[in-house]
Write a protein that binds this ligand. Structure first.
Ligand code: FES
Length: 143
């Protein structure tokens, strides 16, 4: 009984994996399977919080050391794509000099992901805007 239930669950998971891969492509799939940078950060240098036009809210936390991003993390109450886009924003920000963060635009995030379905494109722009808001907060701290 439990074996057939396990098999059913495995098959279902496999179908979901396949669907995500087909709809969103390999770059999104890889990050969806290996989530990183999720969760709030204690004592960040700066934190940005933006609610997008879709009504979802994202936060990005940055820690700067000597003008370089040493750590980044995010939270979102939005869709799966918003989590993947926030992850990419963190991925791109880490180890960068703070002044380089303005180059992390919605287009840059979409570029890393190889694009997103049209309905999800705005999630990348929300991630970029949240990152800029976190950077602004760092600058206000003198970071
Ligand atoms: Fe709102 Fe993706 S962030 S739908």
């Amino acid at each position: 009984m439990s074996n057939s239930l396990d098999e059913f669950a495995d098959r279902l998971q496999e179908e979901i994996n396949q669907e995500v891969m087909e709809t969103y492509g390999e770059q999104v799939y890889e990050r969806w399977r290996n989530p990183r940078f999720g969760g709030p950060m204690e004592n960040p240098t700066g934190r940005g919080r933006v609610t997008g036009s879709c009504g979802d809210t994202m936060e990005i936390f940055l820690r700067l050391e000597d003008g370089i991003v040493s750590d980044a993390s995010y939270t979102t109450d939005g869709c799966g794509s918003s989590a993947v886009c926030a992850l990419v924003a963190c991925e791109l920000a880490i180890k960068k000099e703070s002044e380089m963060l303005t180059e992390i635009t919605g287009e840059a995030i979409l570029g890393v992901l190889g694009g997103l379905p049209e309905d999800d494109v705005h999630c990348a722009f929300l991630a970029a805007e949240t990152l800029q808001s976190a950077l602004d907060a760092c600058m206000r701290q003198g970071g």
